[in-house]
Design a protein around this ligand. Sequence first.
Ligand SMILES: CC(C)(COP(=O)(O)OP(=O)(O)OC[C@H]1O[C@@H](n2cnc3c(N)ncnc32)[C@H](O)[C@@H]1OP(=O)(O)O)[C@@H](O)C(=O)NCCC(=O)NCCS
Length: 215
Amino acid sequence: MRIEEIWPPFGVVLRCEDIEMRIVRQTDAPELVDVALGGVHDPEYMPFATSWTDVPAEELPAQTFRHIGTGPARVVPEKWQLTFLVRVNGEAAGLQDISATNFPITRTATTGSWLGLRFHGRGIGTRMRRMVCSFGFEGLGALRLESEAFADNGPSLAVSRKVGYRDNGTEIDQRRGQSAEVQRVVVTPETFVSGPPPVMEGVEPLRRFLKITDD
Ligand SMILES: CC(C)(COP(=O)(O)OP(=O)(O)OC[C@H]1O[C@@H](n2cnc3c(N)ncnc32)[C@H](O)[C@@H]1OP(=O)(O)O)[C@@H](O)C(=O)NCCC(=O)NCCS
């Protein structure tokens, strides 16, 4: 059997112009570590609650590998996380994930992402979010896609707003040991501002695997 037949997430491909997204594999780690070593954010500003980038440079490769989190145990119909490696013109640029609990019932999923610093500010974050939303809504039949960012994460919230997310309340989390406000956002098929439709491969086998039915 081919690996895509054994493990349908590996058969999923999203393509749009120069961007290609496939479920990350352990063999992608060397490229992703290079991206992470080039920086993911300004060291002065921490965008993540789980500050996986706050380690000495010599620990970052293993930390990035840990963060990729491709363990098959993370994908069962009741609870899954699909983490896409984002390539721009074939070059690894960052990760875009989508995760859900009880998706066949809730039809709700959550997204998160990061890009290497040199890919920031070129519209790639917006395009990959639109691609994963198209995959969520049209591919998987989601009714709501949620996200969140620290309230002072201007670029992340700007991407959400461009893609049609609306504010969905706030909460308080910790960041580097300090309290920080989190802005939650939500997008529905009605508010979604899509881009050019991505070409999607491997969606039907994935739906069967995740026990997502048509109704
Ligand atoms: C969040 C992230 C994925 C966005 O990707 P990106 O490719 O830089 O985003 P884009 O270029 O598509 O869009 C960024 C938008 O933010 C805007 N922006 C930039 N800095 C901003 C700020 N300080 N305040 C408000 N808006 C800002 C830009 O003007 C742009 O909007 P525009 O196209 O309308 O001009 C990327 O910045 C990143 O990886 N950041 C570090 C990790 C992170 O924060 N992840 C999200 C955690 S919730």
